[in-house]
Design a protein around this ligand. Structure first.
Ligand code: HEM
Length: 516
């Protein structure tokens, strides 16, 4: 998800719009006093009182603090978000209110209200963390709304068809195998030891994405440079950033990282255009895009500048890097903690691949692995990488019978409660892939609850690609190694760094298997 693809994406830029709308005669008493100090104090205290009145007026009967902390509101909580804090907010009501830096926020926690927000484009639009516009550039397609967005997205959907995914799978498979050579760690006696997989998984993910998107149109040093710098982008996706991108700030560093990545992506776009014009077969996503544009039977838009292509590809990286890494790491953690499930995945691998693990994985082989697919689906349900996405009410939004979200407010659909609804997912916190194998199960008959990818016009564009990648990486890992999860007190603590990660980085001991 590109827009507020993250729990941390919910921070508006600090404004005090409501306070600027004071009537000119609002503070008459202050002008009667000659002391500027007294006048200033009077104005400030009036503004603070007004802030409370506006907050209470907008909040009406919704659960939430009766008073907001002056000026900053729940800023402190948003600096260091925790799952416990979010859960407390979600449990407080299907709709609840809070304020951060004078931005009024309505949080939706129920399935009904969350879907209503996502599917009401005339009332609510995605809005980004403040830093995202600076990083992605304001002219990036992800900021389009309404018909413009629908039309643009129609072109991009063609990059994720089954034909395209079939092209990407070979790249994903080969990059994964190359990276896996470095994953197992050994002590000086050659005995396997455990190590956190968080950063190696992020690096694998970035390498895979860049090769899938750009093929060999960028050199290996480019993927290394982009990967190394990308952490600066992730770190800038905090709920609250210093509002100006001065040198040294997180947003400044993220902008630097983004422009150096886009320089390489632009190079790839130019090279791909030349290759396809010269009759080369598509080898990556940009090639596939250029092939479609060059096809005489294609009636859609064909003229995309190198710069525009680089921004689109960067939007895919931006949307995928943290969410995919989170999904992948929890996939490993869930399987490692459920040896009986791991054994079933392995059994399926052995059966479908007939013991020939050197042969590249194909779409057809992946189609024959329903158990693995159920594992991925369940893992993403239990620990959804994206727990909420911030939207903004573009006009008064009558969300329920007795509450209208005031125009200009932030309105945040959250997914966690839908994905952990005990009516639909009995024992909701348990990792039970089997719930997806029975077509009549409540999980399968309530697809509206599966909000891992959002819903409506901005629903994730990369679903098949992301699912395929997580499945493929786990498939190969199950046949290459025996896994052991070194449990630490932090293994089940969640760090929110744009998306969710186990706080200890998931320490795995990987022992090569003899059949691999
Ligand atoms: C496990 C991995 C991923 C998860 C959990 C995820 C989740 C999401 C979510 C929740 C949204 C917002 C949907 C909404 O507002 O209704 C979204 C949007 C988006 N995602 Fe993903 N995503 C993942 C991977 C990817 C990948 C791999 C790509 C690209 C290759 C991608 C590209 C996008 C884009 C471009 C959007 C914005 C779509 C639009 O505004 O039209 N995502 N994703």
């Amino acid at each position: 998800m590109v827009h507020e693809h993250s729990v941390s994406a919910s921070m508006p830029s600090p404004t005090a719009e409501a306070l600027y709308k004071l009537p000119s005669n609002f503070l008459p008493f202050a002008t009667q006093n000659p002391s500027w100090l007294y006048t200033t104090a009077a104005i400030l205290s009036s503004l603070l009182i007004l802030e409370q009145c506006v907050y209470r007026y907008k909040k009406r009967h919704l659960p939430g603090d009766s008073w907001t902390i002056p000026v900053i509101g729940k800023f402190a909580d948003s600096m260091k978000p925790t799952m416990e804090g979010y859960q407390k907010q979600w449990q407080s009501g299907a709709l609840s209110a809070l304020s951060v830096f004078n931005i009024f926020i309505v949080m939706a926690s129920s399935n009904e209200y969350s879907r209503k927000i996502l599917n009401s484009p005339t009332h609510a639009e995605p809005c980004l963390v403040h830093s995202a516009k600076a990083i992605l550039r304001p002219e990036n397609w992800v900021f389009l709304t309404g018909k413009e967005h629908v039309d643009y997205r129609r072109c991009l959907n063609m990059l994720f068809t089954r034909r395209a995914i079939g092209l990407y799978i070979g790249i994903q498979d080969s990059i994964t195998r190359t990276h896996f050579k470095t994953w197992p760690k050994f002590d000086s006696n050659g005995k396997p030891v455990s190590a956190p997989i968080m950063m190696v998984a992020r690096y694998l993910n970035m390498d895979t994405s860049l090769r899938v998107f750009c093929g060999n149109h960028i050199p290996p040093e480019a993927t290394k440079e982009i990967s190394d710098k990308y952490w600066d982008v992730t770190r800038a996706l905090e709920l609250v950033n210093f509002p100006f991108a001065f040198p040294g700030t997180k947003v400044y560093k993220a902008k630097q990282a983004a422009s150096s990545a886009m320089k390489w992506l632009k190079l790839a776009a130019g090279r791909s255009k030349v290759a396809i014009a010269n009759g080369a077969e598509p080898e990556c996503l940009i090639d596939e895009w250029m092939r479609i544009c060059a096809d005489p039977s294609y009636k859609g838009r064909k003229d995309f500048s190198d710069d525009e292509i680089s921004m689109v590809v960067f939007s895919f990286l931006f949307a995928s890097q943290d969410a995919m890494s989170s999904g992948l790491i929890f996939g490993f953690q869930h399987l490692a903690d459920h040896p009986e499930v791991l054994a079933k995945v392995r059994e399926e691998q052995e059966r479908v691949r007939e013991g020939n693990f050197d042969a590249p994985l194909t779409l057809e082989l992946m189609d024959r692995m329903p158990y693995l697919q159920a594992v991925v689906k369940e893992s993403l349900r239990v620990k959804p990488p994206v727990t909420m996405v911030p939207y903004k009410a573009i006009k008064d939004f009558p969300i329920s019978e007795d509450y209208v979200v005031p125009s200009g407010s932030m309105v945040i659909p959250s997914f966690y409660n839908s994905l952990h609804d005990p009516e639909v997912f009995p024992q909701p916190d348990e990792f039970q892939p089997e719930r997806w194998l029975d077509p009549g199960s409540s999980a399968n008959t309530n697809p509206k609850n599966y909000l891992v990818w959002g819903s409506g016009p901005h629903r994730c564009i990369g679903i098949e690609y992301a699912t395929m990648n997580i499945a493929l990486v786990l498939a190969t890992a199950t046949v290459m190694w025996d896994w052991e999860h070194e449990m630490t007190p932090l293994s089940h603590e969640i760090d929110i760094i744009a998306t969710l990660f186990p706080r200890d980085g998931c320490k795995l001991k990987l022992t090569p298997r003899s059949n691999a």
